[in-house]
Design a protein around this ligand. Sequence first.
Ligand code: GAR
Length: 197
Amino acid sequence: MKNIVILISGAGSNMAAIVKTAQREAWPERFGARVAAVISNKAAAAGLVFAREHGIATEVLDHKTFASREAFDAALAQLIDRFDAPEQPVLVVLAGFMRILTPAFVDRYSGRLLNIHPSLLPAFPGLHTQQQAIDAGCRFAGATVHQVTAELDHGPILAQAVAPVLPGDTADTLAARVLSQEHLIYPRAIADLLLKM
Ligand code: GAR
């Protein structure tokens, strides 16, 4: 069984979309894969409640209790590696995980570390993507699923979805429209990758 470990920091709506799709589409039977754990760097992340209610193992690893980024990432890798074995490889899915990862962490899970970013990369990496799209006068915004590489919000693109920027949009209204697209493309991109693992 392949083990999907999802990392979150907040609402976890992408995580919930992945969990619901995995259930609806019977991923354990179809892809030999299950969502094995949800890890948050914030104890108050609302997504943890959803995960627990769905019988998924949860862990909290508070980055503020670590002296360095390297120490936090090493502890995170230790947690993740509980779900990694030659016959049970782990797929690490960043879903609103608002931490920059060290090159050592990225290398360790190279090719099996995914992220979703709320812009049409390579446009608008980083934060405040929807405000940047509005300020730039973009007619379309969107989201990107990509393999994670050492450079923030870069890496091979696996899927994208487009959402229109409508007159009167605020960053929040646009983010909500993009988020509903994220919920469709992230589970699909993961399923595609599972078939290749
Ligand atoms: C999503 O829009 C995701 O694309 C974004 O955070 C939101 C998390 O929502 N991620 C990033 O900005 C990463 N750079 P969720 O917790 O409801 O899935």
